[in-house]
Design a protein around this ligand. Structure first.
Ligand SMILES: Cc1cc2nc3c(=O)[nH]c(=O)nc-3n(C[C@H](O)[C@H](O)[C@H](O)COP(=O)(O)OP(=O)(O)OC[C@H]3O[C@@H](n4cnc5c(N)ncnc54)[C@H](O)[C@@H]3O)c2cc1C
Length: 454
C-alpha cells in the first residue's frame, strides 16, 4: 500500500517545452561550481530577464507567483525531474495564509484541495490532555494552518506564476556555472539533463536553491552552522479514525519520547519523531509491525497501524551571515535552513517575501546596479534581525527536542509536560504560545521565552 502519491491536484507538470527564448547572444567565460575553476562554453543560447530565480522549490516558486502581475521578466531555473519531497512540511502557517490572501492566491489553494487545520492538542500516552488550543482564540484573519501536500506546493505556485506572460520556467535545468564580477552574478549557466546549455542574464538574482545552495557557495557567503544529533523519522500511515477532531495537530508524550501526528489531505497521516536511543539502524531494519508497536507505546491511538517509511532527516541549522552579495539575494533554505522542531522552515521562506517585494526596484531601476544593491540591502536590514530572533527561538525548541530524545529523556519529558500544563492554564503564556506557533509577531507581554517554550 502506498500513501505517497498525492490525490488532490493535477499531475506533476514538468515541461521543458515551456521554455521560450528572448534573445540569442555569444556566451562568456564562467566560474564552475564543481571545479572552482573557469570553464569556457561554446556559443549558446542566452535568455535576458529582469529577475532570475535559481531554484523553483517552495520559496522561489512562491515569489514568482507573487510577482505574476508585475512588470518584470522572470526566469525560474530548477533541476528537479520529480515533485518535491512529499514527507516534508504540509502546513502553511495562518500568517502565511494571510499573505496568500493578500497576493490573491489563497482561493487557488483551496480550489485545489487545501484543507484547514484549526487547532493543536498535546496528550500523554497515559491519556491526559496537557494542552488543547484553537487558533481562533487569537484575533487573526485566517485562524488556521493551510494543509497542502508538500509535493504539490511548488507546482501550484508555478501554475499561478505562469499567468504572467513574461514568466519562463527552465526545468529540468541545473545551475552550475556562474560568471561573477565584484560579488554580483552577471550570468548563470543552466544545463539540461541532455547537456544543453542556456545562459541566463539578469540584473537581479534570487537564490532559492535550498539548503545546499550552489549560489551561496559560488558567492562565498559565510554561514553559521549547527548539526543536531538526533535525526528525524517521517512515516506515512492511514489516519487513525478515533483521532478526533481530525483537523488538529497532535503530539503525544511518553517517558520514552514524543510522536507527532498530522493529518494530510488524502485520508492519511504523517507521523514524525526524533530518533532516540533505538538508533537509525533500528528504524531501517524494523518491520511495519515493529514500527507500529514502537509508535503505539508512545501514542496508543496508533496501535496496529499500517506504516510506510517516508524518510530520514539529518536535522541541521545553516544560517547565512548575510543574505545579499551584489545583485544577488538568498531566500528560503538557501538563507536559513532550520531544525523542523516548530514546523517553520518552509514558512520562513514565504514570510520573508512581502518584505522583499516591498523593496524590489522597479523594472526601470534594475538598470542601475547601485539601486539593485541598495534595495536588497534594505530588505536584509529588515529581515535578518527578525530571522536571527526567530532562528534563536527555533534552536531552543530544537535543543529541547534533542533533549527529549537524549539520555535524560524521562526527566526532560516530565518537565516539558509540566510546561504544557502551564501554557494551558496561564492566559498570557497561552496567548504568546498561540502567536508564536501561528507565525505572528509576539504581542508585548511580560512572559519570557523560557516560560512558554514547550
Ligand atoms: C523532515 C522535515 C520536515 C519538515 N517539516 C516542515 C514543516 O512542518 N513546516 C515547515 O514550514 N517546514 C518544514 N520543513 C522545512 C521545509 O521543507 C523547507 O524549509 C522548505 O522546503 C525549503 O524551501 P525552499 O524553497 O527554500 O527549498 P527547497 O524546497 O529545497 O527548493 C530548492 C529548489 O532548488 C532546486 N535546486 C537546488 N539546486 C539547484 C541547482 N543547482 N540548479 C537548479 N535548481 C536547483 C531544487 O530542485 C529545489 O526545487 C521540514 C523539513 C524537513 C527535512
Amino acid at each position: 500500500m502506498s500513501f505517497r502519491r498525492s490525490t488532490i491536484a493535477s499531475q506533476f507538470p514538468i515541461s521543458p517545452g515551456s521554455l521560450c527564448l528572448n534573445s540569442i547572444h555569444d556566451s562568456t567565460a564562467q566560474v564552475d561550481i564543481d571545479t572552482g575553476g573557469l570553464m569556457s562554453t561554446s556559443q549558446g543560447e542566452i535568455i535576458e530577464a529582469d529577475i532570475a530565480i535559481v531554484g523553483g522549490g517552495v520559496a522561489g516558486s512562491a515569489l514568482a507567483a507573487a510577482l505574476r502581475n508585475s512588470e518584470y521578466k522572470i526566469v525560474v531555473i530548477d533541476k528537479r525531474t520529480a515533485p518535491l519531497d512529499s514527507s516534508r512540511g504540509d502546513n502553511f502557517t495562518p500568517a502565511n495564509a494571510e499573505i496568500f490572501s493578500q497576493w490573491g492566491v489563497l482561493d487557488e489553494f483551496i480550489k485545489r484541495g487545501a484543507t484547514k487545520r484549526v487547532g493543536a492538542e498535546f496528550r500523554t500516552s497515559a491519556g491526559e490532555v496537557l494542552l488543547t488550543s484553537s487558533y481562533s482564540e487569537i484575533d487573526i484573519p485566517e485562524p488556521y494552518f493551510l494543509v497542502y501536500h508538500h509535493d504539490l506546493m511548488a507546482e501550484t505556485f508555478q501554475e499561478i506564476a505562469s499567468e504572467n506572460p513574461n514568466y519562463q520556467l527552465l526545468q529540468p535545468y541545473s545551475v552550475k556555472g556562474f560568471e561573477i564580477e565584484a560579488g554580483s552574478i552577471k550570468s548563470i549557466t543552466a544545463t539540461s539533463n541532455e547537456g544543453k546549455q542556456i545562459e541566463v542574464r539578469a540584473p537581479l538574482v534570487i537564490a532559492s536553491d535550498g539548503s545546499s545552495s550552489n549560489v551561496r557557495t559560488a558567492l562565498g557567503f559565510p554561514t553559521f552552522e549547527h548539526p543536531y544529533q538526533h535525526n528525524l523519522v517521517s512515516i506515512f500511515a492511514p489516519y487513525p479514525k478515533e483521532l478526533t477532531p481530525q483537523n488538529y495537530f497532535y503530539r503525544y508524550s511518553d517517558p520514552s519520547g514524543h510522536v507527532i501526528i498530522q493529518h494530510r489531505n488524502n485520508g492519511t497521516a504523517k507521523v514524525i519523531l526524533a530518533v532516540g536511543e533505538e538508533g537509525m539502524p533500528w528504524w531501517k531494519g524494523a518491520t511495519p509491525e515493529q514500527r507500529a508497536e514502537f509508535l503505539a507505546r508512545r501514542a496508543p491511538i496508533l496501535e496496529g497501524i499500517e506504516t510506510e517509511m517516508a524518510g530520514f532527516y539529518p536535522a541541521r541549522m545553516i544560517h547565512a551571515l548575510q543574505y545579499v552579495s551584489g545583485n544577488t539575494v538568498l531566500i528560503g533554505d538557501a538563507a536559513h535552513t532550520i531544525h523542523p522542531a516548530r514546523g517553520q522552515g518552509l514558512n520562513m521562506g514565504i514570510s520573508a517575501l512581502p518584505n522583499l517585494l516591498a523593496k524590489l526596484p522597479t523594472a526601470a531601476e534594475l538598470k542601475d546596479p547601485n539601486k539593485v544593491r541598495e534595495a536588497l540591502l534594505a530588505f536584509e536590514a529588515i529581515q535578518k534581525p527578525l530571522y536571527e530572533r526567530s532562528i534563536a527561538r527555533n534552536h531552543v525548541a530544537a535543543m529541547d527536542m534533542e533533549a527529549a530524545a537524549g539520555e535524560n529523556h524521562e526527566f526532560v519529558i516530565k518537565r516539558q509536560d509540566e510546561a504544557l500544563r502551564k501554557v494551558a492554564a496561564t492566559p498570557a503564556i497561552r496567548r504568546r504560545y498561540l502567536h508564536e506557533s501561528t507565525g505572528y509577531p509576539l504581542p508585548s507581554s511580560p512572559v519570557t521565552n523560557a516560560q512558554y517554550q514547550v
